[in-house]
Design a protein around this ligand. Structure first.
Ligand SMILES: [Zn+2]
Length: 510
């Protein structure tokens, strides 16, 4: 069985996840569930990045021990992800002792290979970016991303010789066009290389919160250098057992926000080159979810709470709305009003309606029994679903989730039109049983196929659809092949019918 290893960015725990963070995890989860459905031995990693200066500060402000604070926040993160039906196989925390071992191991290895040296660092540092910032990048003396004044830092640090990897990085990116996606991100990175890479300070003096340097106990490893290593430490690299590392590394896809591509497309691959570790196959930089045109952030205070949205819409519906409404490789806007409109149009009126009208006709005309699979039913089914599964797979493999849904919805809309054309109620009145049974069976098969393809997007709703159709509803046992094999003779009867997507009213203005 082929393997597939997918990761997301690990999040700082000093603020609760916002809708943009949730969007990344939902996209990654959709991909992971799709790969499982397609038969891959899939490993899906998420986690929290806990050695940030802001985490330490936040804990201190609350009068809490930093580790206790992280424990509490990591739990909150995991609760949100559970609520959104995120199906990671492992949740790594950078304060896990096994992670620290891997960080020290890789640090030492790169040092031994001659790519880490000591030097004096002087410069401005934005603690929210956890990155040094140039004077020229500031707006009114503040970091433009965080509207915060950077700190002046002057200390003897360990440096990673990133500049020595310029040629190898450029060569790798140019010969592996799939390595950085989408194209716009690849071009940005190639441009950064062209402008010249500078070595990176990778240690902090006089700090306790972090992984101590293997060669200098009074310094800790720079939080980004520490965090990036989670992708291999999670698999047991430099730990007690590296079985998972041998099985799943290199990562097939690192899913990250477009603002941290430089860390993942330059520093991380250079670190791996320096430590003689294979590079990941792909880094995918997704776009941002805006809230009325502005990026959501704690500092800007325009956060949409994914927890609240999941309570209002239901987790599966929220997943659908985000993945259909915002192309994964671009930015998009989220508003409750637009989401309700989308829900009513696409889920209530199109998919939900197709389900309820088909199932109630099967109930009315056949007491719930599935009509026989015939060549006529097969011909209609083929016409209604032509190209759907192929297109779905092409788009899913490209992380073009919105287009995969578009491909499904073409068939759903065609099936609704088919009901209007065939007018099964007239066939029933005319007692044209053969035509009526064929029509119903074709529609049932469309719904069955759709229920399979829905699994990555709406796992709980997909199971509900299966139950109503009278099909096995254990989604973990489902296979994508089922979507290519209509006409199962073992399918006898539909299940109990309940509305899948009842219409939503707009909430009253407050
Ligand atoms: Zn900043």
């Amino acid at each position: 069985m082929s393997k597939y290893y997918v990761t997301t960015a690990i999040d700082y725990v000093n603020a609760k996840p916002h809708l943009g963070t949730a969007y990344e995890k939902i996209g990654a989860d959709c991909l992971a569930r799709y790969k499982r459905l397609a038969g891959f031995d899939t490993y899906f990693l998420m986690g929290t990045d806990e050695h940030s200066t802001n985490v330490e500060k936040e804990a201190a402000q609350l009068g809490e021990d930093a580790q206790a604070y992280c424990d509490r926040m990591a739990e909150e993160f995991e609760a949100v992800w559970a609520k959104l039906h995120i199906s990671y196989d492992q949740f790594i925390r950078t304060t896990d002792p096994s992670h620290a071992n891997a960080v020290q191991d890789i640090f030492q290895k790169i040092y031994d290979n001659g790519y880490i040296y000591t030097g004096l660092y002087k410069g401005l540092y934005c603690v929210s970016c956890e990155e040094f910032v140039g004077e020229k990048d500031l707006v009114d003396g503040k970091c433009p991303r965080h509207q915060q004044e950077p700190e002046w830092i002057e200390e003897t640090n360990y440096f990673f010789a990133l500049s020595k990897f310029s040629d190898r990085l450029r060569n790798h990116i140019e010969t592996h066009p799939e390595f950085i996606q989408p194209d716009i991100r690849r071009n940005e990175i190639l441009n950064v290389i062209k402008l010249g890479l500078e070595d990176v300070s990778i240690s902090r003096t006089g700090k306790k919160w972090g992984v101590p340097l293997p060669m200098a106990e009074n310094q800790v490893v720079y939080v980004w250098f520490d965090a990036l290593i989670n992708y291999v430490s999670a698999l047991g690299y430099a730990g007690g057992s590296n079985e998972k590392f041998l099985r799943y590394w290199p990562a097939d896809c690192h899913i990250i926000g477009k603002d941290i591509t430089r860390f993942h497309c330059l520093i991380w691959p250079a670190m791996l080159m320096a430590a003689d570790i294979t590079l990941p196959k792909c880094v995918f930089g997704h776009g941002f979810v805006y809230s009325r045109g502005t990026k959501m952030s704690k500092t800007l205070g325009n956060i949409v709470d994914p927890n609240e949205m999941a309570s209002f819409f239901g987790a599966d519906v929220l997943r659908y709305i985000l993945l259909r409404g915002i192309a994964f490789n671009r930015d998009g806007d989220f508003t409750v009003e637009q989401s309700i409109t989308r829900y009513n149009a696409e889920l209530a009126n199109e998919l939900g309606n197709l389900f309820s009208r088909t199932l109630s006709m099967v109930q009315r005309y056949r007491k719930g029994e599935i009509p026989e699979w015939t060549s006529e039913a097969g011909a209609d089914y083929n016409r209604l679903t032509e190209g759907m599964v192929d297109q779905y797979q092409v788009f899913m493999d490209r992380l073009a989730f919105d287009e995969a849904l578009d491909a499904m919805w073409k068939s759903i809309q065609a099936a609704n039109r088919y009901v209007e054309e065939k007018k099964p109620w007239e066939l029933a009145r005319a007692d044209d049983k053969a035509a009526l049974w064929n029509t119903l069976r074709a529609l049932l098969e469309v719904l069955r196929t759709v229920s399979v393809l829905c699994v990555p997007f709406m796992p709980v709703k997909a199971a509900e659809m299966r139950g109503q159709l009278g099909l096995p509803d254990d989604i973990s046992a489902m296979k994508l092949e089922e979507a290519r094999n209509p006409g199962d003779t073992g399918w006898k009867k539909i299940g109990a019918i309940t509305p899948l997507f009842p219409k939503l009213e707009s909430p009253a203005e407050e």
